[in-house]
Unconditional design. Structure first.
Length: 95
């Protein structure tokens, strides 16, 4: 999906449970993540509703555990994983 198409989905509130952003353009990925943060978290405190992980430093199991935990106070939660290329490649190989 092209970034412009995904921006329209975000604006319409049609955000899937899992979003994988790939590609060489860091600016486009950051822009989409910022837009997701604004739409998903709204006025919520990011300290209680946003988790950011480095995929090269954390295991996929730890990240999945984090994603499965509820946000503080039952609010919506956004989990962002940077540099998840190795985990994505492993998942592709698993089929």
């Amino acid at each position: 999906m092209k970034p412009q198409e995904f921006h329209k989905k975000i604006d319409a509130g049609k955000i899937p449970s899992v979003v994988v952003l790939t590609g060489q353009d860091d600016y486009v990925r950051r822009e989409i993540v910022d837009r997701l943060k604004a739409k998903v978290l709204g006025d919520s405190d990011p300290l209680s509703c946003l988790e950011s992980w480095d995929g090269e430093e954390q295991s996929a199991a730890d990240i999945a555990d984090s994603a499965n935990q509820m946000a503080f106070g039952g609010a919506k939660k956004l989990v962002v994983v940077h540099r998840a290329d190795a985990d994505l490649a492993a998942m592709r190989e698993m089929g």
